[in-house]
Design a protein around this ligand. Structure first.
Ligand code: NAD
Length: 356
């Protein structure tokens, strides 16, 4: 190990395994809290109600209005409810949108979070919050929003539809891939990131074949956890920046956009980060990182073109302009011409090329 590095461990407790949801009451007691506000989306009301039953007297109230990208009006309503019922913690059951709502509450009240993830997005392992006001999403880092306890129960992911499982899983792979060539890359997180890719690349095909298999779901959720750790520990680069721009400006769906863009962002960076690429390819069991990622998505029936997500060709120029507007770290310098070519390939769904 010739490069110097800085590594900072983030404090969180992880309880992983099929059936671990049963440990919720004792985990709440371990946190030293007694009045939980349960958070979920309207679509996950039923599982939210199960949590209320499990918590019994430890539950103060439910807020079932979590939605994508945490609109500030929703955050304010949930904060107001937490205050009104005297909640002393949030229990967030769901994907990144629900965890995001718990984080918004924690940002202004320091209410501790117990997160129970049901997708592979990874937000539960990061100190990153996001809030949307007037159509603009603001994000920031604050260790107060990092969940104190995370319960990963693979049984809760059985109901995640195969298409969302695949794209959400590739979203988690993207966290691992960019961690390997991050400006703050360090040997611990690189071990975690490579193992995360391996677990997801092995688990997702099994999930697609047998969505009800707890073994397959455990592999994928384990990989998603490692993806979340990677995202929370080190800075991301071109791929995440592009997806943030495409999602925010053109309202493209989060996990699907990650799935389409990843092979092309990787091809763009391949020459500038050879060691990271070797590790990605090794974890995928593929000859090249970019090809391996493209083939994984295509073989699982995931979308491979921005066109299929509803983007229009005339939006590519604006997307390229936005992607180069504010400078940010990337292993290969970001040029407008290079990004335009990358976006053309992603738009058409071409196999990624090194010149992207
Ligand atoms: P999501 O939370 O928006 O969930 C998508 C839909 O799937 C919702 O309707 C939800 O109720 C449903 N769902 C979730 N789990 C299910 C299950 N097991 N069975 C059936 N339905 C289920 O989607 P997501 O991809 O998890 O999260 C995306 C959001 O999270 C974005 O806003 C993204 O920016 C944010 N995010 C934040 C971070 C961070 O570190 N702050 C990290 C990753 C993602």
């Amino acid at each position: 190990m010739s490069l110097p590095f800085v590594y900072e461990a983030l404090p969180s407790r992880v309880v992983f395994g099929v059936g671990s949801l049963q440990k919720l009451p004792e985990e709440i007691d371990k946190l030293g809290v007694t009045r939980a506000l349960v958070l979920c989306t309207p679509e996950q009301r039923a599982i939210g109600a199960d949590i209320v039953v499990m918590l019994g007297a430890r539950c103060a109230a439910v807020f079932d209005g979590a939605v994508m990208h945490v609109p500030v009006e929703v955050a304010d309503a949930a904060r107001e409810k937490a205050k009104r019922v005297g909640a002393d913690c949030s229990v967030a059951i769901g994907g990144g949108s629900t965890t995001g709502l718990a984080k918004a509450i924690a940002l202004t009240s320091e209410l501790p979070i117990l997160a129970i993830p049901t997708t592979y997005a990874g937000s539960e392992m990061t100190p990153i919050w996001g809030l949307t006001e007037g159509g603009v999403k603001k994000t920031g880092r604050d260790v107060r929003v990092l969940p104190k306890t995370v319960i990963y129960d693979p049984a809760l992911t059985i109901s995640l539809p195969v298409s969302l499982s695949v794209t959400s899983g590739i979203n988690a792979i993207a966290h691992c891939v960019e961690a390997l060539y991050s400006r703050d890359a360090n040997p611990i997180i690189s071990l975690i990131a490579e193992e995360g890719i391996r677990a997801l690349a092995g688990g997702l095909p099994k999930v697609a074949k047998q969505p009800g298999s707890l073994d397959a779901r455990s592999d994928a959720l384990y990989g998603a956890w490692l993806g979340g750790v990677s995202l929370g520990a080190v800075g991301m680069a071109l791929h995440h920046k592009l997806c943030h721009t495409l999602g925010g400006t053109f309202n493209l769906p989060h996990a699907e956009t990650h799935t389409v863009v990843l092979p092309h962002a990787v091809a763009y960076n391949a020459g500038a980060a050879p060691e990271a690429m070797n590790r990605v390819a090794r974890a995928l069991g593929a000859a090249s990182a970019a090809d391996g990622l493209y083939d994984l998505a295509a073989s699982l029936g995931a979308p491979v073109s921005l066109q299929a997500l509803g983007m229009r060709r005339e939006q590519l120029a604006q997307a390229a302009d936005l992607a180069v507007q504010n400078p940010y770290y990337n292993p290969r310098p970001v040029t407008r011409e290079g990004i335009r070519r990358l976006l053309e390939n992603a738009f058409a769904g071409n196999r990624p090329t090194a010149e992207s």
